[in-house]
Design a protein around this ligand. Structure first.
Ligand code: SAM
Length: 270
């Protein structure tokens, strides 16, 4: 089986070999027979098959055109599957949703290519596509970073930004030996339950993300110093310290101890 196909390292092609894992991913994704699903990187379709069984309709987006024939043949009997040969980072997802999932709630489910995990996750969250959930397999270390809470050393700018869009939960870990070829590290499946409405109100989202970026730009510096580096054109160091104090935040604190409520408070004062 799969003879003639050469796995492409540049596309992060580590294929699952044990069908118990995709079954569990589909189960724990919470996808139902009413839902539409976008899958990223179906590969040979081991997860796709489980998603087709769980959902009303599945649209899989695969960059590797060499897999098109194999996938269409393997899933011909599913009856609710469509393949799009494209790069997910280039694809117009709004258009895809309006053309393919009329009236359905849409979820994303994927064993992600690891070389672009963060780009894909941020595109899915920032795009405002109205997904109910995004269930993805990522490297274990990335899962730990994405699911970390304020106060932990793993909490960073991406995690803070994610917490504006979704609640993230680690579902289970998967050993490196469950893939072919075997990657260097273990993996984990995480689920983002996307907020219908953000948990905090901000006057301007751009300012919120600029504050988060500046706060984490120099992790060894205090919050006041990092924010000053990012906003020196607008505020003096003393003014920044004053804003932080008025928000109930210690100017000497480190950024990783702040939650999204505090970042929102600072952004609204800026
Ligand atoms: N779902 C399969 C599985 O679990 O065995 C394959 C997962 S493999 C980790 C990642 C898949 O994403 C590969 O099939 C790869 O070709 C595809 N891929 C890589 N970059 C992509 C991109 N930018 N857009 C869409 N698919 C991509």
């Amino acid at each position: 089986m799969n003879t003639g196909f050469r796995k492409k390292k540049q596309y992060g092609q580590n294929f699952l070999t044990n069908s118990a894992i995709p079954r569990r991913i589909a189960q724990e994704s919470g996808i139902t027979k009413e839902d539409g699903v976008i899958e990223i990187g179906p590969g040979f379709g081991i997860l796709t098959r489980e998603l087709c069984a769980a959902a009303k309709k599945v649209v899989s987006v695969e960059i590797d055109g060499e897999l098109t024939g194999i996938l269409n043949e393997k899933l011909a009997d599913a009856g609710n599957f469509k393949l799009i040969n494209a790069d997910i980072l280039e694809l117009d997802i709004k258009k895809l949703i309006s053309e393919e999932f009329d009236g359905m709630e849409v979820c994303v489910c994927a064993n992600l290519p690891y070389y672009i995990t963060s780009e894909i996750v941020m595109k899915l969250l920032e795009g405002g596509y109205g997904f109910r959930s995004i269930t993805v397999m990522v490297q274990k270390e990335v899962a730990e970073r994405f699911t970390s809470l304020p106060g932990s050393k793993n909490f960073g700018a991406v995690t803070a930004a994610i917490s504006y869009y979704a609640k993230v939960k680690k579902l289970f870990t998967v050993k490196a030996g469950s893939f072919d070829p075997k990657p260097k590290v273990d993996s984990a499946v995480i689920r983002f339950d996307v907020y219908k409405k953000p948990p905090v109100e901000v006057n301007d989202e751009k300012t919120l993300f600029a504050v988060i970026r500046a706060a984490f730009s120099q992790r060894r510096k205090t919050l006041a110093n990092s924010l000053y580096s990012g906003f020196a054109e607008k505020y003096s160091k003393e003014e920044i310290a004053g804003i932080l104090l008025a928000c109930g935040v210690d100017p000497n604190a480190r950024p990783e101890v702040l939650g999204i409520e505090q970042f929102a408070g600072i952004a609204n004062s800026f």
